[in-house]
Design a protein around this ligand. Structure first.
Ligand SMILES: NC(=O)c1ccc[n+]([C@@H]2O[C@H](COP(=O)([O-])OP(=O)(O)OC[C@H]3O[C@@H](n4cnc5c(N)ncnc54)[C@H](O)[C@@H]3O)[C@@H](O)[C@H]2O)c1
Length: 418
């Protein structure tokens, strides 16, 4: 965690924004390794970083999947938790934190199933805590500007296409869970699905998903002994419907079999509306470096800036990786002090709060269902779909009271394999 989360919390403590840290894993050896990495990459590099913290479980514990419960016991209502554990553990840990009255910022994908997303959103509401997905692209100044232009200048949504790839060498570190507890679509497509859904706002909604995958390279590299399928590249094709009754289509592609390149994560998106289009390439910021030791690389200090200030302090407070965490901590503080409600925070449309992001989970789960069903279509259902099933046919053709053809404000309520 040293690279982004730990460094950010250590610096937030230096700046007086937080006052203590608890670190938890399933394995004592990993906790020890995390402390050592933090000492080397944070304590030894930047001035005034206080890394004292409670760590769980004890260093000599081999494996304790419930260590997070002990960590929760060290915290008090209103404290902030960040969860960066494998995708299939998020729901259980998030729920336990919410029930203990903790505000939760969880890595994407927040959960793997729509049903779990809805349950978590309801629990967060019941317990009065803030729960959000750590979609740091929402703090990238270019993406923020693109979102505002999409809303102001592009007109009704028509087409979105994103690609995000990582090098196959990284697959080795994912060998334990790749193709078992999660897939590359959950892992990478989630980012641009959120960017897309956030950009079009409540003027459009995803309604139908078809997924396809390439296979062969990942399985050849990892040679899974349990015969599990590990897709190389997954493309989800999603049909969106706009509230003026026009339709759009989106394709989200994610891969983890790319070659090593000048940028660890190659990524770009293209969005077209009825009145314009935008293209963004996040991997190429026009800032390049080459050294004898490491060769050629694209740099992106807009995410995390690691070079210290002349005074020797960490100087990356403006990076969107950092801001994504600080904004959450500050929002939680506003809720704790009564200066804002959970609804106020959601309404600002900055953080990816759990009550506004179910459509991304719905698309991800539908994609998995489609792959498992050989590429069949999966419908994303909304409250009006369930109502219309029992209504007379002529009612379906009627416009909604607000003149819209379809209710794009509503959260999805179910999935149906065609
Ligand atoms: N920039 C990003 O947005 C970004 C980047 C990488 C990963 N992620 C997300 O972060 C999460 C973690 O990814 P990773 O590659 O670090 O995974 P990982 O497999 O390395 O797991 C992270 C740590 O979680 C620990 N862990 C597992 N089960 C646990 C439990 N029940 N309680 C406490 N700790 C537990 C593991 O021992 C490991 O040290 C994933 O959901 C992934 O999608 C997000």
């Amino acid at each position: 965690p040293a690279g982004v989360v730990a460094i950010t919390f250590a610096d937030l403590r230096r700046r007086g924004v937080i006052d203590g840290m608890v670190l938890c894993d399933v394995s004592g050896a990993r906790v020890r390794a995390a402390r050592e990495t933090m000492a080397r990459k944070i304590g030894a590099v930047y001035k005034d970083m206080d890394l004292t913290m409670t760590t769980l479980p004890d260093d000599d514990v081999d494996f304790d999947p419930d260590a997070f419960r002990a960590a929760i016991a060290h915290m008090k209502r209103g404290d902030v938790v960040t969860i960066f554990t494998p995708d299939d553990t998020h729901f259980k840990i998030c729920m336990a934190c919410v029930e203990a009255g903790l505000h939760v910022l969880c890595a994407k994908p927040i959960v793997k199933r729509l049903e779990d997303h809805t349950a978590l959103a309801e629990a967060a509401k019941r317990h009065g805590v803030l729960v959000a997905v750590e979609y740091h692209k929402r703090f990238d100044p270019i993406y923020v500007d693109a979102r505002d232009r999409v809303r102001a200048q592009l007109g009704p949504f028509s087409y979105f296409s994103s690609t995000m790839t990582q090098p196959k060498a990284q697959l080795d570190t994912f060998a334990g869970w790749a193709g078992k507890s999660s897939d590359i679509s959950y892992y990478l497509n989630s980012h641009h699905m959120d960017v897309h859904a956030w950009s079009v706002g409540r003027t459009s909604r995803p309604e139908r998903v078809v997924a396809m995958a390439a296979r062969g390279a990942a399985e050849r590299r990892l040679k899974p002994s349990d015969n599990r399928a590990i897709e190389d590249t997954i493309t989800l094709m999603v049909h969106w419907r706009n509230d003026d009754d026009s339709a759009g289509v989106a394709t989200y592609t994610a891969s983890w079999i790319a070659p090593r390149a000048d940028s660890h994560t190659q990524q770009h998106f293209h969005i077209m509306g009825h009145e314009g289009e935008i293209r963004v390439n996040q991997a190429k910021r026009g800032y390049e470096m080459s050294t004898d030791e490491n060769g050629f690389a694209q740099l992106n200090p807009l995410y995390m800036k690691y070079t210290p200030s002349p005074s020797g302090h960490f100087a990356g407070q403006g990076g969107y990786g950092y801001r994504s965490i600080e904004e959450f901590v500050r929002a939680a503080e506003e809720v704790n002090s009564g200066r804002a409600t959970i609804g106020d925070i959601s309404g600002r449309d900055v953080l990816a709060t759990v009550d506004t992001t179910a459509r991304v989970t719905a698309m991800l789960e539908a994609g998995r269902m489609s792959l498992d069903a050989g590429g069949a279509g999966v419908r994303i259902l909304y409250p009006d779909d369930l109502r219309d099933e029992n209504a007379a046919p002529e009612k379906e053709a009627k416009r909604l009271k607000n003149g819209k053809a379809v209710d794009c404000e509503a959260e999805p309520v179910g999935l149906r394999l065609e």
